[in-house]
Design a protein around this ligand. Structure first.
Ligand code: RIB
Length: 298
């Protein structure tokens, strides 16, 4: 399928600055631990990371979101533009740009706490008004923006069937059945899938089973399973795609975002869900081989 038959990916999502340090282990309560690296300050945020990945995987990407009137906001928007993303839907508000505090362990796993800041200014009204510019699109959201805005997208999309809602519910939060029912797919990791269903998601068999449970509440579902790849339910059939082998794991921050962005790019070319998941798994594997959360350009 050629690029001319693709539809845009509109990311209505979060923009953060990521303050990252490497740590030897997770500190205990009351303990002061010395980091093993200096602090790095890089553009991040699940929305921005996913937008960059979708663009790197060939999609025409537009961003709707909010940043503060500060250096972090300007720098983040510039990095999106530099990746070829249309940022006319990014609004500058009087709340600071979101900040993520990221600790990376020696094996590359991460712990993240986010101060949403300006991301919480993406109100339902602002979102719906910004979406007016798009006749037909994949609209990609995450759990870092207000839940009311995710619900507003869902109601809006029921009146505009040419908008396909792809929701990465990270972090997990409770959503109503009508909102879930529009997601095609809803994408969660193992932890979020357990939070949603109360079921353990440890093995591939668990992943396939729980993807079907969640997928029946939505239109389709994908569960990312780290080094085990990803499981999915496309509304009809379930399956599993294994992850490619990776050499040294450097930093897993943003691996899920690489996955989601590549998956959205694939859907924008009308690929079926199993092919989109396969593309996502390749992007997720590549994202753990370098520092930081955003896929580098060529
Ligand atoms: O998924 C990784 C991202 O989560 C980081 O870039 C951080 O900003 C948080 O949003």
């Amino acid at each position: 399928m050629t690029e001319s038959t693709s539809i845009p990916v509109v990311v209505a999502g979060s923009i953060n600055v990521d303050l990252s340090i490497r740590v030897p282990r997770v500190p205990q309560s009351g303990e002061t631990l010395l980091a093993t690296s200096n602090v790095t300050r890089r553009p991040g945020g699940k929305g921005a990371n996913q937008a960059i990945a979708a663009s790197r995987f060939g999609a025409q990407v537009h961003f709707i979101g909010c940043v503060g009137d500060d250096q972090d906001g300007r720098h983040s928007v510039e990095s999106l533009r530099h990746a070829g993303i249309d940022t006319t839907g990014v609004h500058t508000v009087s709340v600071p740009t979101g900040v993520a505090f990221v600790m990376v362990l020696p094996a590359g796993d991460n712990f993240i706490v986010v101060s949403p800041g300006a991301n919480h200014s993406l109100s339902p009204e602002l979102l719906v008004q910004s979406l007016d510019a798009y006749e037909r699109a994949i609209v990609l959201m995450q759990g870092e923006t207000p839940a009311e805005s995710v619900s507003a997208l869902a109601s809006h999309a029921t009146e505009r069937p040419n908008l396909r809602v792809v929701l990465n519910l990270a972090p997990w939060r409770e959503l109503g059945p009508k909102t879930l029912a529009t997601c095609d797919p809803i994408i969660v990791n193992q932890v979020e899938a357990s939070q949603m269903t109360g079921e353990a998601v440890d093995t591939v068999d668990d992943g396939v089973r729980v993807a079907k449970t969640i997928g029946q509440l939505a239109r389709s579902c994908v569960i990312t399973m780290g080094e085990k790849g990803a499981c999915f339910f496309d509304g009809d059939q379930g399956g599993h795609i294994a992850a490619p082998a990776v050499g040294k794991v450097i930093d897993t921050t943003g691996a899920g975002d690489g996955f989601v962005g590549a998956l959205a790019a694939s859907l924008s070319r009308s690929e079926p869900l199993n092919k989109a998941v396969a593309d996502g798994v390749v992007a997720g594997a590549s994202a753990i081989t370098f520092e930081g959360a955003q896929l580098p350009g060529d």
